[in-house]
Design a protein around this ligand. Structure first.
Ligand SMILES: Nc1ncnc2c1ncn2[C@@H]1O[C@H](COP(=O)(O)OP(=O)(O)OP(=O)(O)O)[C@@H](O)[C@H]1O
Length: 568
């Protein structure tokens, strides 16, 4: 018998007078099969309890012995009385929803043992007492909803770096709002004592200051008294101006340095290309749309900047004499076939046009030089948007943009498959973003020229050669990358396996990129996207969906009104 059986049975006995949990009894002794209960497959311990809107009542005390519990949602029931005094056993909880009940009394000190919480929602209850400063121990917390309770006293100086969803409105809180919380909207603080003050509410008046200006709290009078703030501010402003000047100076010097460095490098790169011409190779640039817009010489003379090195060669951004930006890929080696095959293949690929593909414009083939010219995409790659520039000032890629890019990319690959082309190298550096913010698939169909390479983190384990179904697998890994924020090539060489193991253990919430946890009301969409990704990365190729099915499923993730243009 599971050690969680008796706590659950006593919870039912105490809280389910209307017998909504009729399944919960000793004739079915495995709690893992009961309504609202999920277990870890590893040890059959209860990991999630979701019992919402079931008219349950009484106390939740028996649940506090469920030491493997990660998710507890009892919202919209009739639980009452104080929160259990000892919550320390529940230290694995990540999501705790007790909102819309009748809990009363203060927050128990043991609440702060739940240091793994992402979300804590205790709103719509009758909880009272102060909001303790010890909530600062919830360093992962994204959501803290305490509104519509009877909390009183001053708001503590909460410093929770990940907090994005915060509400303490409709309580009896008073005194100044700490600076650390002042960026939340007025609605997060409304309907409290009239003496709750400071941004985003009205400035604190002098009346509010005496309570703070006690000898125990010497800092506060300088923070909240406008008279004393002015000279400090003046000095700060001066310092800021000096600092800003220094920064501008440093930035200009850096720009000049980069400019000269680049000039030096380019002269080197250009020489290499010219060398091949000097070796007497007289091939022509071949354009796909008939109209010749530039010659090889134009390309050689163009100022170029290296974008990066890939499997097939090195990519450059080049500015032609008329200002046109193009991307030029110098192919290292064509491992399979010769000029005729290359020409034939490029004719096929060059004719493909779709709003989610990076169009090839031209190519050049000579013995010692193979160049591919395509449209330059100015808005970076999906890889860069997800993982690049991970500094403190970085803006994470929001959920809507992720869905939009995933949907556009799926349409692009589906179009290739409809035209009997296998991409062969789907990954986030090959999903580029155009001026309008739409995803465009790059480097399609080139894998045919490459020798079979070592497996990469996107490649289907079964794929000895590239097929549509191996593309679907790679696309599934790409979706997982979008959902988890993990870079397959750098952080998670077998992302599908990792995700499957976490999901199997019912820790789905932990799969998602922490940066996505801040978006409310999209959990369903994220879970739906996760299921698409898992289907795409099925081990058996014939169990994977087709790419057009994947594109349709991503399109259906969002209600029609919120769909983005790239889906049209
Ligand atoms: N048309 C383009 N416009 C803008 N950036 C591009 C373009 N093509 C490639 N890039 C960027 O240039 C860099 C190097 O690209 P490249 O295709 O050579 O390598 P890769 O995508 O990292 O690997 P692979 O060769 O396996 O595709 C990547 O960061 C890619 O996003």
């Amino acid at each position: 018998l599971s050690p969680d059986f008796y706590p659950l049975i006593s919870f039912k006995a105490a809280s389910d007078p209307s017998n909504k949990l009729s399944q919960w009894n000793s004739t079915s002794p495995d709690p893992c099969s009961w309504h609202g209960v999920s277990c870890l497959p590893r040890n059959r311990r209860v990991s999630a309890i979701v019992l919402e809107n079931l008219n349950l009542t009484g106390s939740i005390l028996p649940l506090t012995s469920l030491s493997h519990l990660r998710i507890l949602s009892l919202k919209a029931n009739r639980f009452h009385g104080p929160l259990p005094p000892s919550l320390a056993n529940l230290s694995s909880l990540t999501l705790l929803y007790l909102n819309h009940n009748h809990f009363s009394g203060p927050l128990p000190p043991s609440l702060t043992a739940l240091t793994r919480l992402f979300r804590l929602d205790l709103s719509h209850n009758s909880l009272s007492g102060p909001i303790p400063l010890s909530l600062n121990r919830f360093s992962r917390l994204l959501t803290l909803r305490l509104h519509l309770n009877n909390f009183h006293g001053h708001l503590p100086n909460l410093s929770l770096p990940n907090l994005v969803d915060f509400n303490v409105s409709s309580n009896h809180l008073s005194g100044p709002i700490p600076l650390s919380l002042s960026s939340f909207p007025q609605s997060a603080f409304s309907h409290n004592s009239p003496s709750l003050c400071g941004p985003p509410l009205t400035q604190c008046t002098h009346k509010a200051i005496p309570a703070l200006a006690s000898p125990l709290n010497p800092r506060n009078d300088t923070v909240f008294s406008p008279q004393r703030r002015t000279p400090k501010l003046g000095l700060m402003l001066l310092l800021l101006i000096v600092l800003a000047d220094l920064l501008v100076l440093a930035f200009v010097s850096l720009l000049l340095y980069c400019y000269f460095c680049r000039k030096r490098n380019h002269s080197g790169e250009g020489k290499e290309v010219r060398d091949s011409k000097e070796r007497g190779e007289d091939s022509q640039m071949v354009f796909f749309e008939g109209e010749k817009r530039f010659q090889l010489d134009d390309l050689l003379r163009a100022s170029a900047e290296m974008l990066g090195k890939g499997v097939f060669g090195t990519a450059y951004k080049a500015v032609l004499h008329d200002g046109t930006l193009v991307a030029v890929k110098r192919i290292k080696e064509v491992s399979v076939g010769g000029k005729r095959e290359f020409h034939q293949r490029m004719q096929e690929l060059g004719s493909l046009r779709h709003c989610n593909l990076v169009a090839f414009r031209a190519y050049y083939f000579a013995k010692h030089e193979k160049l591919l010219v395509s449209d330059y995409m100015p808005n970076a790659s999906l890889s860069y948007l997800l993982h690049g520039n991970r500094g403190p000032g970085r803006t994470p890629l929001d959920w809507s943009s992720r869905v939009k890019l995933a949907g556009g990319a799926a349409r692009g690959v589906a179009f290739l498959h409809d035209n009997k082309v296998t991409h062969g190298n789907i990954k986030s550096t090959n999903v580029l973003v155009d001026v309008a913010g739409n995803a465009r698939i790059a480097d399609f169909g080139l894998s045919i020229f490459a020798a079979p390479t070592t497996p990469n983190a996107y490649r289907a384990p079964d794929a000895r050669k590239h097929t549509h179904m191996s593309d679907v697998y790679s696309f599934g890994v790409l979706l997982l990358e979008i959902l988890t924020g993990k870079c397959p090539s750098a952080e998670a060489p077998d992302l599908p396996r990792w995700v499957r193991s976490v999901v199997r253990e019912e820790w789905t919430a932990e799969v998602f990129d922490l940066e996505l946890m801040s978006y409310r009301d999209v959990e369903e969409e994220m879970v739906a996207m996760l299921h698409i990704a898992i289907a795409c990365t099925a081990t058996a190729p014939d169990q994977r969906p087709t790419m057009s099915h994947v594109a349709n499923m991503i399109q259906d993730l969002r209600p029609a009104g919120t769909r983005t243009q790239s889906f049209n």
